[in-house]
Write a protein that binds this ligand. Structure first.
Ligand SMILES: Cc1cc2nc3c(=O)[nH]c(=O)nc-3n(C[C@H](O)[C@H](O)[C@H](O)COP(=O)(O)O)c2cc1C
Length: 211
């Protein structure tokens, strides 16, 4: 951890469906007083998905965080995915956790096989080699054998595989309820438990049929 109180987080956004999950992740990190810095890396297809699904166009990458958040960003800074010499490409730079949300099968393959050929893959590789938290919010359906083997490979190297699979036990009423609960679970795994996360406390015992 950066210090006892503060955290630096990297968020990778790749070109899988579910840009809204990236948007919610960045919003909750922005509002979290334990987080001082967020490094945002968006792949080329990730930018395309932000445009397709949320109508957020990239333009100047420096403006991207505020476009995604819909308000000024105080702590999120975009780094080009081509900049493999950025701070987060080195293990000597302290990052507490990295979340790839959503994570394509392509990015998963690059991470599982250590290709490090762009900044998302390289910074994820660094997280694994340094024994730090890496969470992959993989998204596709159905999975083929290559996807499943890559998930196992990445998990065995230390990544947490958290497929973008929503829960319904908290009785969500809106899409935002569904997205928030999933992202809260991700952030809890990143060491940032959220107060708004619904916690299951067990269901009432099933009624016994009267004989
Ligand atoms: C509209 C759209 C939706 C896509 N959805 C997914 C998806 O859900 N999962 C996935 O693995 N790839 C998906 N893809 C394909 C990836 O974007 C593609 O494989 C790309 O090369 C991944 O690059 P990246 O990992 O650098 O972002 C989608 C592409 C488009 C254009």
């Amino acid at each position: 951890m950066t210090s006892a109180q503060t955290q630096t987080i990297t968020v990778g956004v790749t070109g899988a469906s579910g840009a809204i999950f990236a948007q919610k992740t960045l919003a909750l990190l922005e509002d979290d007083s334990r987080v001082t810095r967020v490094h945002l890396v968006v792949t080329e297809t990730g930018q395309r998905l932000l445009a397709e699904e949320l109508e957020i166009t990239s333009g100047d990458l420096r403006q991207l965080p505020s476009r995604i958040l819909g308000r000024a960003s105080k702590k999120t800074e975009t780094i080009s995915n081509k900049d493999v010499g950025a701070s987060i490409a080195s293990g000597s730079y302290d990052v507490d956790a990295m979340i790839v949300v959503p994570c394509t099968m392509g990015a998963l393959a690059a991470i599982a096989n250590g290709t490090s050929d762009d900044l998302v893959a390289r910074s994820a590789d660094v997280m694994l080699k340094e024994g730090r938290k890496l969470i992959l919010c993989v998204r596709d359906t159905p999975f083929n054998r290559i996807h499943l083997e890559n998930m196992l490979r990445a998990q065995q190297a230390g990544a947490v595989i958290m497929p973008v699979v929503p829960a319904f036990y908290h009785k969500p009423k809106t899409i935002d309820d569904v997205v928030t609960q999933y992202v809260c679970r991700v952030l809890a795994h990143a060491g940032l438990p959220q107060e708004k996360m619904y916690r299951w406390t067990g269901s009432a015992p099933a009624m016994k049929a009267e004989s």
